[in-house]
Design a protein around this ligand. Structure first.
Ligand SMILES: O=C(O)C1=C[C@@H](OP(=O)(O)O)[C@@H](O)[C@H](O)C1
Ligand SMILES: C=C(OP(=O)(O)O)C(=O)O
Length: 424
């Protein structure tokens, strides 16, 4: 465990331009699709952080060649995947859910494990679906073992994906390589994080895979080859949100360059959220600029589609001038940690007034005091602590290194952003 990281409080508005590294979700999909392709791929501007290094390492263990290319790119040369292999998923949902359906195409025994905390993340839906599609798997959650035969019959499967959109994405990403393709039907409460499934569908189409998503809650992937591709990874918009929040929280101005004008990333929703909270938001060819208001207002919002943004929005809500209600995010209990419990506990630990509801949080802003903010090995809990610290002196984050899950140097980026601000 690292030393607690003292957050920086500022007495002047934060003004900065903050370039943000590549998207975790796009990088890990690009790596997986490149591994399944019938020719080489190049991945430009990939995210290189724990989650994507784990994805690359898992695919390498299965026989895929991933080499460093020019300007930080990854050059991927696929080959027949094979076991035996032991794969570490860390705490990465995209690795533990996306790799097994691809590894099922390999021959041999493939063992999956991850961090202690990863063993409680919901996994059974993907493993049961694989069994229904003709794959032999032992286990219900990490650790589990897949016994690959070199091919997967595929076909139709019904899943309850109300716990995570990743269950659907996982099956779609590899489905074209199954003998009969795959048809995934969802039956249950609404699927969260739909933009992430749209991202999966768009990326599949970009490599020549036929996907029919015309019927609600049903996705059909036709069997066929996956083409190699030259990917160029967008900045991670969800990881951009703590930096934009710094402008929102301090009446400052922060620009994130290279913000895509059109995207499937859920993080794009931060534009509308910050506007609703009183910020000025402008998107141009230069990037996204957020101007923080004099008084940040509270927000009543359903975050079902963009649950990833909850820690940032909750931190801002705690610093706002009126109450907030964040709804539709019961599935966050299965994220890196139970994020609803973690946010309520940590904000209340600093003197806050936060109530957990069945599917969200009610946050009533009150003056907060300093103290130790626990990250629970959750990158977004750690960055939420940094946001609170901007306005509340004496907050330390117990494990800032956990941000490396998706941001290679968060402390360095935060420090650079605050260079011109006066610290308390
Ligand atoms: O497919 C993806 O890349 C992701 C899907 C979402 O998962 P859930 O549907 O479990 O929320 C999101 O929260 C996660 O950070 C990344
Ligand atoms: C839920 C998240 O991660 P994962 O990909 O591990 O599910 C997240 O990054 O907010």
């Amino acid at each position: 465990m690292t030393q607690p990281w003292p957050t920086s409080s500022v007495s002047t508005p934060v003004r900065a331009t903050v370039p943000v590294p590549g998207s975790k979700s796009i990088t890990n999909r690009a790596l997986l699709l490149a591994a399944l392709a019938d020719g080489p791929s190049s991945i430009g501007l990939p995210l290189r952080s724990r989650d994507t290094q784990l994805m690359a390492a898992a695919l390498r263990s299965l026989g895929v060649r991933i080499a460093d290319g020019p300007a930080g790119s990854w050059e991927v040369t696929p080959g027949p995947m094979h076991g035996p292999a032991e794969l570490d998923c860390g705490l990465a949902g995209t690795v533990m859910r996306f790799v097994p359906p691809a590894a099922a195409l390999a021959e041999g025994e493939i063992r999956f494990d991850g961090d202690e905390q990863a063993r409680v993340r919901p996994m059974g839906t993907v493993l049961d679906a694989l069994r229904a599609l003709g794959v032999q798997v032992t286990g219900e959650a990490l650790p589990f073992v897949l016994h690959g035969t070199g091919s997967v019959p595929g076909g139709e499967v019904t899943v309850d994906a109300s716990g995570s959109s990743q269950f659907v994405s996982a099956l779609l990403l590899s489905g074209a390589r199954y003998e009969r393709g795959v048809t995934v039907r969802h039956d249950g409460k609404p699927v969260p994080s739909l933009p992430h499934i749209e991202m999966t569908v768009q990326m599949l189409r970009a490599v020549g895979v036929q996907v029919d998503d015309s019927e609600p809650d049903t996705w059909r992937v036709a069997p066929g080859p996956v083409r190699g591709n030259d990917w160029r990874i967008e900045p991670d918009l969800s990881n951009a949100t703590p930096f934009l929040a710094a402008a929102a929280a301090t009446s400052g101005e922060v620009t994130v360059p290279a913000w895509p004008l059109a995207t499937t990333q859920a993080g794009d929703a931060i534009r509308d959220i910050l506007e609703q909270m009183g910020c000025g938001v402008s998107l141009s060819d230069h990037g996204l600029t957020v101007n923080g208001p004099v008084r940040l207002t509270g927000i009543d919002i359903d975050l079902h589609e963009v649950g990833e943004l909850t820690p940032t929005v909750a931190a801002l809500a705690a610093l706002a001038t009126g109450p907030s209600h964040l709804r539709g995010i019961a599935h966050l209990r299965g994220h890196e940690t139970d994020r609803l419990a973690a946010l309520a506990t940590e904000l209340n630990g600093l003197g806050g007034d936060v109530t957990e509801t069945e599917d969200g949080l009610v946050i009533r802003p009150v003056p907060l005091h300093g103290g130790l903010w626990h990250a629970y090995a959750d990158h977004r809990m750690a960055t939420a602590g940094a946001i609170i610290g901007l306005r509340v002196p004496g907050v330390s984050v117990d494990d800032i290194a956990t941000t490396n899950k998706t941001i290679p140097d968060f402390p360095g980026m935060w420090d650079a952003m605050l260079q011109l601000a006066e610290r308390v």
